[in-house]
Design a binder for this molecule. Structure first.
Ligand SMILES: [Zn+2]
Length: 383
């Protein structure tokens, strides 16, 4: 069949959303709440935030002397509050800090030589432990490999009366100092969307004649439309997650169809991440993921039903077979996911775990549920 592109009306609109603007996505960096009070009778001078953060991080916000989880402060070892050199700073609890103030008496004062020894030993232990179990704190201060500076939204608008279809799509494009990675990232995102647009256009054109016939017989029907919208779920120095919703109206369909697609990228180095890439392959992560989602979906389901109270009662004794199969332990059931703060969000489109009327389900799975199965590489840089 010949394709008459001259009758298509296409436009590509580029809008720019600055990262800090209201319409732009939020960049979420790990925040450092020091929660540290320094009590010095001398002149109060603030330790620079970055230095305080580093000192607290290295000590795991724990007193380096007693090593108990208590409120802490940053102590100036030489008692000069203007000396911010890291070597002069140690994290102490209020009790141990009091021991540095002992003047006379029988108790031996906690002096600077002792504090340095305690501190250096403790910092080494914290680092060792992090190294061993790859806790989520480890990359907080490591600079990013791909620093995203700006996000542009590309819009595609296209329609054809001759072929009876319309398309509205949008997707983000990123600006970074690393031009090679920028190009790679942007083309992954844009080709994902333009491929979908192309497929839709081709099939819409292929059915032009049928649609024309439908329109002659059924006034106004016989039109295909596609809309693609996106949301950036997470953008950190390590990860980027984009959620797309494809809404299609087929010429002959009774209702529209919405499907979710997701793209996840890691930035160190730049790579696309699939669900299975998050886990050690030898582990039974699918079993746990399935169990967790099945449980959550049963909790969510009543509110998607017309009679929530009655359905909640029923679910106390029965399990829903649609949920059991749609959230069963196979990769395909969980492949639509995005990173969010402290976990992943999994999408279950209509018909996966419920009827069309129930709509889409979203299940948040916190990282602590998945922690035993996560690969070391992922643990090192949890969003
Ligand atoms: Zn202490």
């Amino acid at each position: 069949m010949g394709i008459d592109h001259s009758r298509c009306n296409r436009s590509v609109v580029i809008t720019t959303a600055r990262l800090c603007g209201r319409r732009g996505p939020q960049i979420k960096f790990p925040s450092v709440k020091t929660g540290v009070t320094r009590m010095t009778k001398k002149h109060r001078i603030e330790i620079p935030v970055e230095t305080a953060a580093e000192v607290l991080f290295e000590s795991n916000r724990t007193c380096c002397v007693c090593r108990e989880r208590k409120p802490v402060q940053i102590h100036h070892i030489d008692e000069n509050p203007a000396n911010f050199s890291k070597d002069n700073l140690a994290v102490l609890c209020f009790d141990c800090h009091r021991d540095t103030q002992i003047r006379g008496g029988f108790d031996r004062k906690l002096d600077s030589a002792q504090i340095r020894r305690y501190r250096d030993d403790w910092i080494a232990r914290v680092a060792n432990k992090r190294e061993k179990d790859h806790g989520p704190l480890i990359l907080q201060f490591v600079p990013s490999a791909l620093r995203i500076k700006n996000v542009k939204i590309i819009q595609i608008k296209e329609s054809s009366d001759a072929h009876a279809y319309s398309i509205e799509a949008e997707y983000p494009q990123f600006t970074s100092d690393d031009k090679r990675s920028e190009l790679e990232l942007n083309s992954s995102v844009s080709s994902f969307v333009t491929k979908a647009v192309e497929d839709f256009r081709n099939s819409a054109i292929a059915t032009s004649n049928e649609k024309l016939q439908m329109r002659q017989e059924l006034h106004g029907l016989g039109w295909d439309s596609l809309s693609i919208v996106h949301r950036i779920s997470l953008l950190t120095t390590d990860y980027l997650s984009i959620e797309f919703v494809f809404q299609t109206y087929g010429a002959g369909a009774a209702h529209s169809n919405a499907t979710t697609s997701t793209l996840n990228f890691g930035f160190r180095p730049l790579r696309q991440i699939r669900l299975q890439d998050l886990f050690e392959s030898s582990t039974n992560y699918l079993g746990t993921l399935s169990e967790y989602c099945v449980e959550q979906l049963h909790k969510l389901q009543p509110s998607h039903w017309s009679n929530p109270i009655e359905r909640a009662e029923e679910l106390k004794t029965t399990r829903d077979s649609w949920i059991l199969s749609g959230a069963g332990p196979i990769v395909k059931n969980f492949e639509k996911f995005v990173f969010v703060n402290e976990g992943i969000k999994i999408f279950f489109d209509p018909y996966r775990v419920g009827s069309y009327a129930e709509g889409r389900y979203e299940v948040f799975v916190p990282f602590h549920v998945l922690d035993p199965f996560l690969s070391d590489r992922v643990k090192k840089a949890l969003p």
